[in-house]
Design a protein around this ligand. Sequence first.
Ligand code: PLP
Length: 405
Amino acid sequence: METVGRVSYPPSFIIEKDTEFSVSDAMIKRNVPLCIPDMDEQELAAIGAVLKSGWLAHGPMNHEFEHLFAEFLGVPHAVSLNSCASALFLAVHANGITGEVIVPSFTFVASANAIVTGGARCVFADINYEDCCVDAAHVEALITPRTEAIMPVHYAGQAADMERLSAIATRHGLKLIEDSAEAIGATQNGKQTGSWGDGAWSFYPTKNLATGEGGMLTTADGALAEKARAIAGHGVASSTWAREKKEKPWFRAATYAGFNFRMSNILAALGVVQMKKLNRMNEARRVHAAQYNAMLDQALFDLPVEMPGRKHVYQMYTIKLKGVDRTKFLAELRGQGIGATVHFDPPVHTQPFYAELCGSANLDLPVTNTIAATIATLPMYPTMTAGDVAFVANAANAAGAKHRV
Ligand SMILES: Cc1ncc(COP(=O)(O)O)c(C=O)c1O
């Protein structure tokens, strides 16, 4: 047990983002948590080396992480950042987008927040039942002369239909900003998510690649990468590390009113190690998903569908409950030490800020509303054992049968 503040955690415990400050005794007794990041001696050694080097802020490991990430995706530019929220913000703001951006309402609120804080307007689209990603036909129907960009969200580890969405974007002259937070390594027809347009990535601990907090912006546009890098570093178009090699390392001239969105050298070192493990970690997730698929009762649940031509990397394993009381189902699992939860409810268009800003509380998004009311997330992480998966699947089948409505 490790003590953090006044709370003792089992070493394998991870708290969900929104419950960080309300950890109860019941929660810390979970024995199959929602997620455990795959960290070992390699990450410890990498962090130790950075600490000993004395260069803790944005530095050489960032360059290495960016290089590995860009190479993995097959894109020319990657900018390491403190979060995906920052990457999404930069993709909107640094692209100068001020009109309408079409985004699914069924997403984490960070997607919509970036549109608004970046200076543009949200238009909410519905999703498909099977892949839970934005419905391309609805996107096209929502395009107006004010539309400037489409922001698909690759839900839970599966690519949205990027072949169709990028054809729509090209046809209408729109920017494509991919919220790839949940889909590092997912592909459609062999092409990586986040490489069709500008990509925004998250390295939050529940993601396919974890650095604690962290994000990346990827793009084929060199000018955008340079601008985003400057805005992320106080508006100054060179990093401290790069300036050290110059004749006047003290000379810092702002070209933008910037922020500090940089990722530290410590977290970038974690990213470098995690990059080398990424394919193995994603394969492990796929094995667990196949076991869940084989064991879960399809009379009670609709299981995730890997769409033809797409590779799912199961950042989350989500099921849709059929005639099962979700609140009781989740309480039952959580009571047995299983970190089951929901992603995402409520949908963004009904959340108070957006309902008021966009007048969207009663927007007709039928698939979004159905899925938000019936979806549940089961534990998924690379180091789960077959025994863990079986324990969760059996408990889910029993809880589903017990709480039929
Ligand atoms: C779809 C989506 N977008 C954006 C984010 C935000 O990521 P970050 O916490 O790195 O800002 C998340 C992470 O929770 C997400 O799931």
